[in-house]
Design a protein. Structure first.
Length: 309
């Protein structure tokens, strides 16, 4: 009987355990000295960051910053947009987009494009996404490096679209430039999902997706106030608001609970940030107290019966 009571109490405790929503710690990333601007664009699962300044692109490996130039030695117009877990870089020099696979540099160009830009690379380095221009019209693309196959993406109703990130599963995300929406494309399932609004947020600008399918970016809340947004197609979205005095939106989210983005204060000013997800800790729900009481009552009753004998 005692074992059955203990098992029942433990089962009730497990069923009653609740988990708080995940939170994030933001760490400001200082502007690069002697630069007019600094932007962080990507962080891989090893915590290596790539960014861009007016002086060119850089790789920041846990405080060790390396400058990078594709074709323009002066650094002007050079940018870095992404890095895979193995260190494959994507970027460009203002005219041409490149993939740098440990020194093997490959230009990225969509046939018929007047200009091609890269923006995101999957963690495993297989997929690359970005934007290509045909005259004044902007279109998106997804490149499968394993097959050298481009998948071209058009906006709705002839509008512009830019693809911004893709995960190892071939699921890509992008934004529509003209109608305040985001698009999620699953290459293997063959599905395209446009998001004008979700979970009470409008004007969605989802910029990144990790391998778990988590999406992040920014949107407008019910008060039409800009806020960071994080969530998924399956579970919906919540505000990404680690600080109350402004809003933060994520440019890139990795698979190790880290993100980079920008924080903007409601009173003016802002900064780039690196964010770390705080581990969720299960807490006993009130029913756990009931389960504990049930166990104690059972043990007390057993002792009384034993004493009566």
């Amino acid at each position: 009987m005692r074992r059955r009571l203990l098992a029942a109490a433990l089962a009730a405790a497990c069923a009653a355990t609740s988990v708080h929503a995940a939170s994030w710690n933001l760490t400001p990333y200082p502007d690069v000295p002697d630069s007019f601007f600094t932007e962080l664009w990507s962080i891989n699962d090893r915590g290596v960051v790539v960014g861009t300044t007016n002086a060119g692109g850089f790789v920041d490996d846990h405080g060790h910053r390396t400058w990078y130039a594709f074709a323009n030695p002066s650094g002007l117009n050079n940018y870095l947009a992404g890095i895979s877990n193995s260190g494959v870089l994507i970027g460009g020099d203002g005219d041409t987009a490149f993939i740098d696979d440990h020194g093997a540099i490959t230009p990225v160009s969509v046939a018929g494009a007047t200009q091609t830009f890269v923006r995101g690379i999957s963690s495993n380095g297989r997929y690359v996404v970005g934007t290509w221009l045909q005259g004044f019209n902007a279109h998106g693309y997804i490149l499968d490096r394993a097959t050298s196959q481009f998948t071209l993406v058009d906006g709705r109703n002839g509008g512009a679209v830019a693809m911004t990130d893709i995960n190892d599963n071939g699921v890509a995300v992008g934004i529509a430039a003209n109608d305040g929406a985001s698009v999620v494309i699953d290459l293997h399932a063959g599905t395209t999902t446009w998001l004008d609004a979700a979970s009470g947020f409008t004007q969605l600008r989802l910029l990144t997706i990790n391998d778990a399918g988590e999406l992040a970016g920014r949107g407008a809340n019910a008060s039409n106030q800009l806020t960071g947004v994080i969530g998924s197609l399956a579970d919906g979205f919540t505000a990404f608001d680690p600080q109350a005095d402004g809003y933060a939106f994520v440019d890139h989210l990795n698979d190790a609970g880290q993100a980079v983005g920008q924080f903007l204060s409601y009173t003016g000013g802002g900064y780039n940030f690196m964010a770390t997800q705080v581990s969720t800790v299960p807490e006993p729900a009130p029913l756990l107290l009931f389960a504990s009481g049930l166990l104690a009552a059972g043990l007390l009753a057993r002792r009384r019966r034993d004493s009566a004998r």
